[in-house]
Ligand binder design. Structure first.
Ligand SMILES: Cc1cc2nc3c(=O)[nH]c(=O)nc-3n(C[C@H](O)[C@H](O)[C@H](O)COP(=O)(O)OP(=O)(O)OC[C@H]3O[C@@H](n4cnc5c(N)ncnc54)[C@H](O)[C@@H]3O)c2cc1C
Length: 430
C-alpha cells in the first residue's frame, strides 16, 4: 500500500496525520472508504467549497457539534490544530466521569442523562468500549445543601439515585475506608467514558458519514472583514457560519472578549497500580467515586482497562498556558494524593504511581458553559467553558450548539449566554 493510496482510518486519526498540509479525511457516505488526498487536492477542496459551517476545534464539544450539524444536513468542515482530542486538548485524557448528581443545577442533571443515551449508543457502535457502566458514588461527611438538592432534583426529574448509609457503603464497597462518612449517593446507570477514544470514534463516524475533517490552525475572522471568511493554515475558507469550540485556547483567540471571563487552570491526575491479584479495584468492583470532603473534592476511577487506579484532587490549580504549560506532576502533589489515597483506600498503601497527566480546566466565572453568538459578528459562534465537568455533556452541548447555528439564534439558555459570564471567578457548578 503506497502512502498516497492508503485509506484514512482511525489509525490515521490516532496518529494525528490528517494535517491540512498533507491529508484531509473526507467520507462520501455511509460505509465509504476514506481516501487520502494530496496536499493540492485538499487545499482545493477547502478553498473551492462554500461550507455551511466551519467547526473550529475537534474536542468533545466541537466533535459533537459537527456530528449534530451533519445530522441536520449541513455541509460541515471540522478543523483542529492538533488533531481530535490531542495531547494538549482537555478532551485528550484517557477517562472522564459521567454522573447526573449536580446539586440544585437540574439543567446539568438533565443534560447528563440525555447525553448518556448518546454515549451508550456510540459505545455500542464502536469496536472497543467507550463507556464503562461502573456506577458512580459520591460520598459525604455530613448532609450538605449540594447532596440535599441533588436528591430533590432527582426526585423531581424521576431519575434514579440511591442513598446508602455507612453500613451499606462498607458492605458494597469494602475497598474504601468510610471513616467520617455519613452517607453516599450512588448512580448505578452512570460510569466512566473513554474520553480520547470516544472523540476519535465520533470524528471517524462523522467522516465516514461524509463529513470533512482537516488538521490545521484556524484564524479568527478579521475584525473589519466579512465574518464569513477565515483562514486555515493560511488558506482562505468560505463559510456561512463558523463556531469556535477551542477549549482552553478560546481566551487566546478572543482575548478582549473572553480573556477576562475564562480562567484556564492546571489540573493533575495520577494513576496507581493496584496490588497483583487484588480484584477490588477493577471496574466490576469499584465505581467512579468522588469524596465531597467538605467541598475539597477528591475523585477517581477503577483500574479501567489495566491503565491504573485514577486519583485526582479537584481544585482549580494555578493559571495554565495550554500551549506552553509543563505537563509533569510535582513531588508534593504526589505526596498529597498518596496521603489521601492511603487513608481512603488502605489496600493501595505503598502501591506505585504508574502514570500522570496534567490537563487544564477552562473555567467560566461560575462553571456554566458558553454556547452563544459572538456579539460583533452576524454568523460567528462561541462554544466552551467546560469548567472541569464538560465532557459528559458533549452530546447535548453539541446538539444545542448545532441548533443555535443552524437556526441562527443565540444562547439556548440564559446560563449559557455570554452576558451571564462574569469577570470574577466563583465556582458554583460542581
Ligand atoms: C484533568 C481533567 C479531568 C476532567 N474530568 C472530567 C470528568 O470526569 N467529567 C467531565 O464531564 N468532564 C471532565 N473534565 C472536563 C472536560 O474534559 C472538558 O470540559 C472538555 O474536554 C472540554 O472540551 P472542549 O471541546 O471544550 O475543549 P478541547 O478538548 O480542549 O478541544 C479544543 C480543541 O480546539 C483546538 N483548537 C484550539 N485552537 C484552535 C485553532 N485556532 N485552530 C484549530 N483548532 C484549534 C485544540 O487543538 C483542541 O483540540 C476534565 C478536564 C480535565 C482537564
Amino acid at each position: 500500500m503506497t502512502p498516497k493510496s492508503a485509506s484514512i482510518n482511525r489509525r490515521a486519526l490516532l496518529a494525528g496525520v490528517a494535517a491540512l498540509g498533507s491529508v484531509a479525511a473526507t467520507g462520501s457516505g455511509k460505509g465509504s472508504s476514506l481516501s487520502e488526498k494530496t496536499k493540492s487536492q485538499i487545499q482545493a477542496n477547502i478553498r473551492d467549497n462554500v461550507w455551511d459551517v466551519v467547526v473550529v476545534g475537534a474536542g468533545v464539544f466541537g466533535a459533537w457539534t459537527a456530528t449534530h450539524l451533519q445530522r441536520l444536513g449541513k455541509k460541515v468542515l471540522l478543523v483542529d490544530a492538533g488533531g481530535p482530542a490531542n495531547v494538549r486538548a482537555s478532551s485528550g485524557g484517557e477517562t472522564r466521569m459521567t454522573r447526573s448528581a449536580y446539586g440544585a443545577d437540574a439543567i446539568y442533571s438533565q443534560m447528563a442523562t440525555e447525553s448518556l443515551a448518546e454515549w451508550k449508543a456510540l459505545s455500542s457502535r464502536a469496536a472497543l468500549p467507550l463507556f464503562h457502566p461502573t456506577g458512580v458514588l459520591m460520598f459525604f461527611q455530613t448532609m450538605v445543601d449540594y447532596a440535599e438538592q441533588s436528591i430533590e432534583v432527582h426526585k423531581k426529574l424521576e431519575l434514579p439515585l440511591d442513598m446508602l448509609d455507612t453500613k451499606a457503603l462498607t458492605a458494597k464497597f469494602p475497598q474504601l475506608d468510610f471513616a467520617g462518612v455519613e452517607f453516599g449517593l450512588y448512580e448505578a446507570e452512570f460510569g466512566v467514558l473513554m474520553a480520547r477514544r470516544s472523540v476519535l470514534h465520533l470524528v471517524e463516524e462523522y467522516v465516514r458519514a461524509g463529513g470533512t475533517y482537516v488538521r490545521g490552525q484556524a484564524t479568527t475572522p478579521e475584525p473589519d472583514s466579512d465574518s464569513h471568511s477565515l483562514k486555515i493554515d493560511g488558506e482562505s475558507v468560505q463559510t456561512d457560519a463558523v463556531i469556535y469550540a477551542c477549549g482552553p485556547c478560546l481566551p487566546k483567540l478572543f482575548p478582549d472578549l473572553l480573556g477576562p471571563r475564562f480562567l484556564v487552570t492546571r489540573q493533575a491526575v495520577a494513576f496507581v497500580a493496584p496490588p497483583a491479584g487484588n480484584d477490588g479495584f477493577g471496574p466490576d468492583a469499584l465505581p467512579g467515586w468522588a469524596d465531597f470532603n467538605g467541598g475539597d473534592l477528591y475523585y477517581g476511577f477503577a483500574d479501567i482497562e489495566g491503565r491504573g487506579f485514577k486519583i485526582a484532587h479537584d481544585q482549580h490549580g494555578p493559571a495554565f498556558d495550554p500551549d506552553m504549560g509543563g505537563r509533569r506532576i510535582a513531588d508534593g502533589e504526589y505526596d498529597r494524593l498518596r496521603r489521601y489515597m492511603e487513608r481512603r483506600f488502605p489496600e493501595l498503601t505503598g502501591q506505585p504511581f504508574v502514570g500522570e497527566r496534567v490537563c487544564q480546566y477552562t473555567n467560566s466565572s461560575n462553571g456554566d458553559f458558553l454556547i452563544d453568538k459572538h456579539p460583533d459578528f452576524e454568523r460567528v459562534y462561541l462554544l466552551g467553558g467546560g469548567s472541569g465537568h464538560g465532557f459528559k455533556h458533549g452530546p447535548e452541548v453539541g446538539r444545542m450548539a448545532a441548533a443555535m447555528v443552524a437556526n441562527a439564534t443565540s444562547a439556548p439558555d440564559q446560563r449559557f449566554s455570554l452576558t451571564s459570564k462574569e469577570t470574577t471567578h466563583a465556582r458554583a457548578v460542581i
